[in-house]
Design a protein around this ligand. Structure first.
Ligand SMILES: [Zn+2]
Length: 184
């Protein structure tokens, strides 16, 4: 029920090994173009939003510099379920990092979303946070859950999204990075 996906990246952030859970993950996932083979690829080729890349980059560098593990929560929703995930980043010899992600809990949506909501990452779409999966229909409502935005008719099911990162996730990453650097 709660498989842990782990992979190891080398000092240049290339994926060098994955555990056996990856095969079943690839088969179960409804991401249309999910890469079955991630070996040898840069971890950065899997993260779309530039700001999020930068925050993960700082986390990875922090773990390498302090040789301390760190944990971060994120969402990996799909059209049917909201998935609350955790990622742990642990130092390994030679500046390698072991990255493990696990599902903390999942909540089925009352109504499944059209697939397009999640898989059309377009320019000039409605902003969606890559980390918490909330959307930003307009400034008066701010960042809200997709289901709420849909039921309040603030977005349509055929929504086009542009991946970004929201202010509270930036703050969450910054706090985690600072805590790691301070050695708490
Ligand atoms: Zn967010």
């Amino acid at each position: 029920m709660n498989p842990i996906l782990t992979y190891t990246i080398d000092e240049t952030d290339r994926v060098i090994s994955t555990n056996s859970e990856w095969d079943s993950f690839a088969k179960q996932s409804d991401a249309a173009d999910l890469e079955y083979s991630v070996h040898g690829k840069s971890i950065w080729s899997f993260i779309g939003a530039e700001k999020l890349k930068n925050l993960y980059f700082q986390l990875f560098e922090g773990v390498r510099a302090t040789q301390k593990a760190v944990d971060i929560n994120f969402r990996c929703d799909n059209a049917q379920v909201m998935k609350f995930m955790n990622m742990s980043i642990e130092p390994e010899p030679n500046n390698y990092l072991k990255i493990s992600t696990c599902l903390l809990r999942e909540i089925s949506r009352k109504k499944a979303l059209a697939r397009e909501v999640f898989y059309l990452g377009l320019k000039n779409g409605t902003p969606m946070c890559s980390n918490c999966n909330r959307v930003y229909p307009h400034e008066t409502v701010g960042w809200i859950e997709v289901d709420k935005a849909l039921s309040s008719k603030l977005i349509s099911e055929k929504l086009n999204v542009t991946f970004e990162i929201c202010e509270s996730c930036i703050e969450y990453f910054d706090k985690t990075i600072n805590k790691l650097k301070k050695g708490d």
